[in-house]
Design a binder for this molecule. Structure first.
Ligand SMILES: [Fe+2]
Length: 242
């Protein structure tokens, strides 16, 4: 049974009315997110997992019109809901990092085969390159490819288009968690790459930046930079999870 949580978002000057709902899905406790511009009645879906009906309910109960599916990476628990959302809204585009797109259509690489599933998603409609910036549905996006948990994993930095001077929301997938980091023991995993990506791409962000991880509770860049035991601000911290 999916667990729903409204995420409090820091307000800052110029920020339009937004809502952010986390849908934690079974069986992997994966976080899907619905980010809405309530002033426009539109929304975006991040990483739809194994309980897409709960996501559809959030969208419909909010009277929202979804504009796109954004994927941080192609592991099965983050893509399992794509097909159901596409069935409901056939024109809804799927966006994913360019190096990760193959996982959507390969049960071996998206790790579903390991669980006895042959899960595939509809293919990507658009692929995104590292450091690409684009506007979508009233938001400005910046893409940061941070391999180490999955080779083409991206973090999305997201600002409302009227407030790009404020701290971004960071949809971090399985890169950075509250007090932890993503696994690096998959075939294309690498702890050094994950750690350097977090240090170089995420820790320099404003400390108030809200981090929305793929598992567990939200956090902030400042909190993780100060306290994360796996990736410290400097590379003299304790090391590998493996
Ligand atoms: Fe993952």
């Amino acid at each position: 049974m999916a667990h729903l949580q409204q995420i409090d978002m820091p307000s800052f000057p110029g920020r339009p009315p937004l809502s952010l709902t986390c849908i934690e899905s079974s069986p992997f406790a994966e976080n899907s997110y619905v980010l809405a511009r309530t002033d426009r009645g539109t929304c975006l879906v991040f990483d739809p997992g194994f309980e897409p009906d709960a996501i559809i309910e959030v969208i419909e109960q909010g009277g929202l019109e979804p504009q796109a599916i954004l994927l941080t990476h192609g592991h099965s628990d983050h893509i399992a809901g794509n097909a159901a959302l596409k069935a409901k809204w056939p024109d809804l585009p799927i966006l994913v990092g360019e190096s990760e797109a193959v996982k959507l259509i390969d049960p071996e690489q998206n790790l579903s085969r390991g669980f006895g599933l042959e899960l595939v998603s509809p293919p990507a409609d658009r692929t995104l390159s590292d450091r690409e910036r684009f506007e979508l549905a009233g938001f400005v996006f910046e893409v940061h490819e941070i391999p180490g948990h999955s080779s083409g994993h991206v973090a999305f930095l997201v600002w409302p288009e009227e407030a790009t001077d404020g701290p971004p929301m960071v949809f971090a997938g399985d890169i950075l968690f509250r007090g932890s980091i993503g696994r690096t023991d998959f075939p294309d995993g690498s702890f050094p790459m994950l750690a350097s990506g977090i240090r170089e791409r995420l820790y320099p962000l404003p400390e108030a930046s809200l981090v929305l991880p793929g598992h567990g509770e939200p956090t902030t860049i400042g909190h993780e930079r100060m306290t994360n035991p796996y990736v410290t601000a400097n590379d003299d911290g304790p090391a590998d999870l493996n």
